[in-house]
Design a protein around this ligand. Structure first.
Ligand SMILES: [Fe+2]
Ligand SMILES: [Fe+2]
Length: 399
């Protein structure tokens, strides 16, 4: 049996806390709820016993919401950080972007909070190790390819920036795509309803917000190719883009509609984000997993499980889930190595099938330059779909 979620609500107004208490009373069998009248009290309570989730107001005397959540991120990175705020000014929202995972407008309907918590409970079953949840909880952005990052920053800083040009750059980069999708899918800028299309996300954010995000809040970052790395991040990003392009072609050749094809593209682009998290946050252990994979001939995801207790698939799914992306994308991230484990109905035209084949195919094309063993294609899965030869599928899709 899973334990109840421990949730801490923070607001300086007693009336607001009383209102939350009343409104959320029906949830008390599922959530253990504690209420604090300010940041100092919240931090003391967290010190005494950790919480799974903190839900904080923004404007509070003394320590404000941004300061509190920044401190919570530092001291308790595994705690999921949610802003519940009635203030909707762009400046306020921009300040909250860094230290928080999710932004809920006040007043918040109990069902919205419940939906967010239900989603979190599912994610916690994907990534069970609290230590790894803490590692993911610290991630504010993912590294971008230096060439794309620089061209994005140059465009955004210039006088003739255009949203569609920026969208095209973002849609070719793992880190920037993931971040813009995070911002629009977690209601930081008032959007409700999920999207997996980075071009639409860029359009929705608009030029001024993109400028502020890039130049003032610094939500994007480039990786430093000269730094020591256990895995070539540039190669991971190039591989991801290759998989995205191949997956879109495969999905189309299998009869997916335009939306399905775009879903295959973005799921392909994001399928290995867990690797970027592990390279950046646990380079030593990740290096051991890569060495183990190469020396023992073990597929990398199995070596990751032995060394870290989870693979990049679970780590990536948890991050992208915290960042609010649609469930269909999470399904692909979670099962891209082992599609038979997915609970969804099996289908030739699914993004999961397309990414699984595209990934195996791109790996086969890159085998010479890799220090680890890639997961092979799942022949049984393909046999059930009557697609025995993944190479043929990919080749047929390429013409
Ligand atoms: Fe992978
Ligand atoms: Fe991959």
């Amino acid at each position: 049996m899973t334990e109840n979620l421990r949730m801490l609500f923070v607001d300086d107004e007693v009336k607001v806390l009383d209102g939350l208490r009343r409104m959320l009373r029906p949830m008390r069998d599922q959530w253990e709820m504690v209420f604090a009248e300010g940041g100092e009290e919240a931090l003391k309570l967290m010190e005494a016993r950790p919480f799974d989730v903190i839900v904080s107001d923004m404007r509070m005397p003394g320590m404000n919401g941004v300061e509190l959540l920044t401190e919570v991120k530092r001291r308790h990175p595994q705690t999921v950080r949610i802003v519940l705020s009635g203030q909707a000014s762009r400046e306020t929202v921009l300040k909250a972007v860094g230290p928080s995972h999710l932004y809920l407008p006040k007043p918040c309907a109990p069902n919205d909070l419940k939906a967010a918590m239900d989603r979190l409970c599912v994610l916690r079953t994907v990534l069970e190790a609290p230590r790894l949840r803490g590692v993911v909880g610290e991630v504010e952005c993912l590294p971008s390819l230096p060439t794309l990052y620089e061209s994005f920053m140059a465009k955004v800083a210039g006088n003739d920036a255009r949203v569609d040009d920026l969208g095209a750059i973002v849609a070719g980069d793992v880190g920037m795509s993931a971040k813009v999708l995070h911002l629009v899918n977690t209601a930081f800028f008032g959007r409700s309803g999920r999207t997996a299309d980075p071009m639409k996300a860029v359009e929705f954010l608009g030029l001024e917000t993109l400028k502020a995000l890039a130049l003032t809040v610094h939500v994007f970052d480039r990786f430093d190719p000269s730094g020591p790395m256990c895995l070539d991040v540039g190669q991971v990003c190039e591989h991801s883009l290759q998989v995205a392009i191949r997956a879109r072609r495969i999905a189309v050749s299998m009869g997916a509609d335009a939306e399905g094809a775009e879903q295959a593209f973005i799921a392909g682009l994001l399928h290995d984000v867990g690797k970027l998290v592990l390279v950046a946050k646990l380079p030593e252990e990740y290096g051991q997993a890569i060495t183990l994979s190469g020396s023992q001939g073990l597929p990398l995801e199995q070596a990751e499980r032995k060394i870290l207790g989870a693979s990049h698939a679970e780590v990536g799914t948890y991050l992208i889930g915290l960042w609010g992306l649609p469930g269909a994308i999470l399904e692909v991230l979670a099962f891209h190595h082992c599609p038979r484990k997915s609970q969804e109905p099996i289908s030739r035209a699914s993004a999961l099938t397309a990414v699984h084949i595209a990934n195996a195919n791109a790996n086969a094309a890159q085998s010479a330059a890799r220090p680890y063993v890639a997961t092979p294609v799942d022949k049984e899965y393909l046999r059930v779909l009557d697609l025995e030869n993944a190479e043929q599928v990919a080749c047929a899709a390429a013409v």
